[in-house]
Design a protein around this ligand. Structure first.
Ligand code: ADP
Ligand code: ZN
Length: 734
């Protein structure tokens, strides 16, 4: 399965050429090059049966179709071709993740108009005339256009936003109430002013920035781990590398783990360079996406900030990728094509001969190890900028605290919050549980409400007045009677969620202004962003939040971070539980005391002597990582070996287990490379959306050809059509 060498030669007219289709087909198709020939990477339209489909010129062809039956490429589309390094990256990423190449290429061609072979596309806006006869559907279309005067909608977007069929819109166009026009010719993004001086750097920042600038000048591949506590000035430092990269005429990409962080980052870029960066994430319209896709390819966008999928933009010359908060688990895509954007950034940069900067206060164990062994360079910012000092971190021993049943904030933490209120400072109470209560229990029979489709409990969300499954996302009304025993009025919440904590806080501090930050409470990324900005401005005294607040937001008035249950992450059997808890607690603690006032972090725990809690209290990250690595070394686990998770799923529990047992028995291709096979066992989530999931884990030496062996192994079996096989290389949990 090794990636084919990238094909570079222009194919003369009439010769055989392999086209990679962008639709659902998963194989190369052979055609004849059109008149004038075609170049590798070009987007073309080809006939397939009676239809026409879009594809990319990929290789010399498979030879499967006899010469006489080859059909010619219909036409070459007006889209920037995929460059050779991009095609090589996609090929190698497909090989690494064991993804069919067309599925990987589809990640890079998610630009509207491209897959449909539509070269131009139309957008819709309000027209000058009144519509004749008004219907509900027509009213909705006009209302959407009135509500979003600045957006240009494509036909499909407008139809789905208004909840109408496209014929309704076409009808309005005929009457002149809506105008249809070609999308504005793609405009480049504003040019950044690279001459503008940034803030004067501290000596530590200067050293790091100089090293990164030299890297950016070099036009060679290199990865640097930039480690520094929150507030140590990492962003300021990597913006220097961005500036140098753009000066070299190359492009830069900054990846952030959370859309809500882009607002603050854009403001920062605008402040520094006089113009904002281009944004890429799921909240953008089709027109904006199409513009950025083309501008990335032509060089009209020099600095892009985005979510993990921005890594698949077709940059003309990508010189730098920054992965900010590189430890964040949201860089791993867990749906569809499974990839880790952090690792793919390194792969892409090694092909494009560019720099990678991994920035974090708490790098993941793998990155720390790679820096330790010299595979990555390492730069450290040891202190916070200016007067800000790191918060003091203390454990609150909950065995000694008096807390009434149904309450979770102990007297020590309550007192600390009261002090902040008095001094007009902000407090953060952190609880990593969305909703009102994690469990709803029948006090009569003990039954716990569970999702009918998943192996998961239903979580009460009082804000929505519904129960929700956090696996499949389905919601249900709260039943009056227990579905098991029929008893009425006996269903009761057990345990705390952020919504319930907010109730407790309101009772404790009736006059304080509280804000709950939890992803499900905000309808859109935009409303969440606004809420965060208001909180940063001081609109709340007490912030109650889930994991969302740990992700690098800056709240200048915050001086207290209280962790409601520091033990929460330590109970799992997952080998990464300690690492995750450590990182999360450090991130949360780091929220406190960023400006001129010192911060304090209080960790409520029943196990103050647990080694992870001790490491957090001492702030000894190097010691913690060394101990974790020793543990991994003894167990022979990553990064000292490599893992792959093979998940089989089907609605038929017996079928999926039988197939997994069969696979575990016929494992010769794996044994040959010295790999071990564990399982089958129920997957970490054993049932999702009605499908039973069974997992096999394969462990191999770091240097063994794992992907190749996995492919040969899987090829031995026949899978019934309803059974799905997913390969997860480097799984997050093991
Ligand atoms: P990090 O990315 O490590 O969290 P930032 O780069 O965001 O740190 O810096 C933290 C804060 O300090 C920001 O408000 C930033 O504007 C400010 N800052 C950073 N470097 C300097 C400097 N050299 N002089 C003054 N303020 C700085
Ligand atoms: Zn469910």
């Amino acid at each position: 399965r090794m990636a084919e060498p990238v094909f570079e030669d222009r194919v003369p007219a009439g010769e055989r050429v392999g086209i990679l289709p962008l639709g659902a087909l998963d194989r190369l198709l052979d055609y004849k090059a059109p008149e004038g020939g075609c170049s590798p990477g070009a987007f073309v339209e080809v006939p397939l049966g009676p239809r026409k489909i879009v594809g990319v010129v990929w290789g010399p062809g498979t030879g499967e179709v006899p010469e006489a039956r080859l059909r010619p490429v219909a036409r070459i589309l007006d889209a920037p071709p995929l460059r050779a390094p991009m095609r090589e990256f996609l090929g190698r990423a497909a090989d690494y993740t064991l993804t069919p190449l067309p599925a990987m290429v589809r990640l890079a061609t998610r630009a509207p108009g491209l897959t449909e072979g539509q070269v131009t596309h139309n957008v819709y806006r309000l027209g000058p005339r009144e519509a004749g006869r008004m219907t509900d559907a027509r009213t909705r279309v006009l209302a959407v256009l009135r509500d979003f005067p600045d957006r240009s909608f494509t036909l499909g977007e407008l139809a789905s936003q208004a909840g109408v069929g496209t014929a309704v819109i076409k009808g309005l166009v005929t009457q002149g109430a809506v105008v249809e026009e070609e999308a504005p010719r793609d405009r480049p993004y504003p040019v950044l002013d690279l001459g503008a001086p940034g803030v004067p750097l501290t000596p530590d920042q200067m050293l790091s920035a100089a090293a990164l600038r030299i890297g950016a000048e070099a036009h060679t591949y290199n990865t640097t781990l930039l480690k520094g506590v929150t507030g140590s000035g990492k962003t300021e430092v990597y913006l220097e590398a961005v500036a140098e990269t753009l000066r070299q005429g190359r492009q830069a990409l900054v990846l952030l783990p959370e859309i809500a962080l882009t607002g603050a980052f854009l403001a920062r870029v605008e402040h520094r360079f006089g113009a904002p960066a281009a944004e890429w994430h799921s909240g953008m319209t089709q027109t904006e996406r199409r513009r950025l896709w083309r501008m990335a390819a032509t060089g009209g966008a020099s600095l892009v900030v985005g979510a993990r999928s921005a890594l698949f933009l077709p940059f003309r010359d990508l010189g730098l990728v920054v992965v900010d908060e590189e430890h964040d688990t949201s860089y791993k895509q867990e749906d569809g094509v499974l990839y880790n954007a952090r690792d793919m950034a390194v792969l892409r940069a090694s092909i494009e001969k560019s720099q990678v900067i991994l920035a974090s206060a708490t790098p993941c164990l793998e990155s720390w190890y790679n820096a330790q062994t010299g595979k990555y360079a390492r730069l450290t910012l040891p202190a916070r900028v200016g007067l800000a000092v790191l918060p003091t971190v203390k454990a609150v021993d909950m065995r000694l605290e008096e807390v009434t049943r149904g309450n979770w904030v102990g007297p020590t933490l309550t007192e600390a919050v009261a002090q902040r209120l008095e001094r007009e400072e902000q407090s953060l109470l952190f609880l990593n549980r969305r909703g009102y209560a994690p469990v709803t229990l029948c006090r009569s029979c003990g039954h716990q409400l569970g999702c009918p489709h998943c192996d998961a409990r239903l979580v009460e969300h009082r804000f929505m007045r519904r129960l929700m499954c956090h696996q499949c996302g389905e919601t249900f009304p709260m039943p009056v009677a227990c579905p098991d025993c029929g008893a009425e009025g006996k269903l009761a919440p057990v345990g705390p969620g952020v919504e319930r904590l907010a109730e407790e806080v309101a009772a404790l501090f009736p006059t304080a202004r509280t804000a709950v930050l939890s992803s499900d409470l905000y309808g859109s990324a935009k409303s969440l962003k606004e809420a965060i900005e208001q909180i940063a401005d001081g609109a709340a005294d007490i912030i109650i939040g889930t994991q969302l607040v740990a992700k690098g937001h800056n709240f200048p008035k915050l001086t207290l971070a209280g962790v409601i249950d520091a033990d929460l992450g330590l109970y799992g059997s997952d080998l990464r539980a300690a690492e995750r808890t450590f990182a999360l607690m450090r991130q949360v603690s780091g929220r406190a005391g960023r400006a001129d006032r010192p911060g304090e972090a209080l960790l409520q725990t029943y196990q103050p002597h647990h080694p992870v809690i001790q490491a957090i209290l001492k702030g000894d990250d190097e010691g913690f990582w060394r101990a974790e690595l020793d543990g991994r070394r003894m167990a022979g686990m990553p990064p000292f070996s490599r893992l792959a998770g093979i998940i089989l799923s089907s609605e038929d529990a017996q079928e999926v287990m039988d197939k997994a047992v069969e696979m575990a028995r016929h494992k010769d291709p794996l044994t040959k490379i010295g790999a071990e096979v564990w399982g089958p066992a129920p997957a970490p989530i054993a049932r999702v959306r009605g499908r039973h999931r069974v997992r096999l884990l394969v462990k191999a030496d770091r240097t063994a050809p794992l992907q190749d062996a996995l492919a040969r192994w899987a090829a031995q079996f026949r899978f019934p059509s309803d059974l799905r096989l997913t390969m997860d290389i480097d799984p997050q949990s093991f």
